[in-house]
Design a protein around this ligand. Structure first.
Ligand code: ZN
Length: 164
């Protein structure tokens, strides 16, 4: 009796592992099945950039979900709702999405991932010329954004290496 049960379990494990291989592969491409396909390329870039700083990000493991929909809160472009473990939901505002450039979309998505995945808070400090030192600025302070192609590497390094 015990023996047949054991065999049965082995069969299940075997067939499961055979069938699940392609699925696992699919997920590992981006590991982000609950992320809007429009946002997925930005998540992928975030993951690749994180790896350059030896940070391994597994979006599935940390349960990140993300969608694009109207936020309707003034100029709010994105939000991260998290309890720090099993809930990490990002919303990118539809109106913002419709008009923003690729770089600005990246800045906002990386900002929200900074909250939701890296656990970073806001940082309002600026350089003497008034430019924000971090993309983790709240947007309510006085510093000015300068997430340009020239500055991108700096801001990405700040995002992954700086604490709060
Ligand atoms: Zn924020």
């Amino acid at each position: 009796m015990f023996r047949s049960t054991l065999l049965f379990l082995l069969c299940i494990v075997f067939s499961f592992s055979c069938q699940s291989d392609p699925v696992v592969e699919d997920n590992s491409e981006a590991s982000i099945s609950d992320v809007s396909p429009l946002l997925a390329p930005y998540f992928k870039t975030f993951k690749e950039k994180a790896l350059e700083y030896d940070l391994v990000i597994d979006f599935s493991a940390v349960n990140v979900t993300a969608e694009i929909k109207s936020i309707n809160e003034g100029s709010v472009a994105g939000s991260c709702t998290t309890n720090g473990h099993d809930i990490r939901h990002i919303v990118i505002d539809q109106a913002f999405w419709n008009q923003a450039s690729h770089l600005i979309k990246e800045m906002v998505i990386f900002h929200e991932l900074g909250h939701c995945v890296l656990g970073r808070g806001h940082k309002e400090t600026s350089f003497p010329n008034g430019i924000c030192q971090s993309i983790m600025r709240s947007g309510l302070g006085t510093c000015r954004d300068a997430y340009t192609s020239e500055n991108r590497d700096y801001f990405i390094e700040e995002l992954f290496l700086a604490g709060n």
